[in-house]
Design a protein around this ligand. Structure first.
Ligand SMILES: [Cu+2]
Length: 119
């Protein structure tokens, strides 16, 4: 009788831990990241390509290919990558249509680049 109770307790515990692990797994599921519509390389102190056209809801991933650090910083502060060292990436999703002009905060001589977001 006592033994049965121990088994029953173990089964209940196992069941509870299973439910718990399932629910905690569920909590870890992240919303689907929006797929990058475009990629921009920061290379030889320039944004390549200098103009990118995307749709609302899509994102752009910038990658710094230079040995020098760079930023991708919107002139109107819509986005700012912060300092990107070599090989680092920055992803931003554009949820508002418009034309975004951005530059590198570190190198004022770098040309500005443009993102055109349409509906
Ligand atoms: Cu720079």
């Amino acid at each position: 009788m006592k033994r049965n109770f121990v088994y029953l307790s173990l089964i209940v515990l196992a069941g509870l831990s299973l439910i718990y692990s399932c629910s905690s797994n569920k909590a870890k599921v992240n919303p689907t990241p929006s797929t990058p519509a475009a990629t921009v390389a920061i290379q030889n102190f320039a944004f390549v390509p200098a103009t990118v056209n995307i749709k609302v809801g899509n994102s752009i991933t910038w990658t710094n290919m230079d040995t020098a650090p760079h930023t991708a910083t919107d002139l109107a502060n819509a986005f700012d990558s912060g300092s990107l060292t070599t090989g680092k990436t920055f992803n931003f999703t554009f949820n508002t249509a418009g034309t975004y002009t951005y530059h590198c905060l570190i190198h004022s001589m770098m040309k500005t680049a443009t993102v055109v977001v349409t509906n």
